[in-house]
Write a protein that binds this ligand. Structure first.
Ligand code: SF4
Length: 111
């Protein structure tokens, strides 16, 4: 279930393909879950990462934690692999990930 049901526009998907965060996520993608133990969020209330959009809770606190997290890109890769998921992951909100998720499906790093 998600509050981000509106499909991303083609230009948003194209922009996401060139987002350096996708390249970094691709480079640090992991199949084992070990990275989770290295996330800064292990010491933070999980609720922080699931702000309720219905009552306009801000994701700012979660994004601040993610911004200094050593496994941010791996975390983003996990969220993109998961697809349409709620919460802040890898320094992104569900709304930010909408176009990224589509671009991720056939993402091939260029250059
Ligand atoms: S990027 Fe954010 S959500 Fe992901 S492991 Fe790090 S602190 Fe946790």
């Amino acid at each position: 279930m998600s509050h981000t049901k509106k499909a991303p526009k083609p230009e948003e998907i194209e922009a996401a393909r060139h987002d350096p965060r996708l390249r970094r996520a691709h480079e640090t993608r992991r199949s084992d879950p070990e990275w989770r133990m290295r996330g800064r969020c292990v010491a933070v209330d999980p609720e922080t990462f699931f702000p309720d959009p219905q009552v306009k809770q801000s994701p700012r606190a979660a994004l601040a934690v993610c911004s200094a997290c050593a496994v941010q890109s791996t975390c983003l890769a996990w969220a993109l692999d998961a697809g349409d998921c709620n919460g802040v992951w890898g320094g992104t909100t569900p709304g930010e990930r909408k176009a990224m998720v589509v671009a991720w499906r056939d993402f091939v790093p260029v250059g």
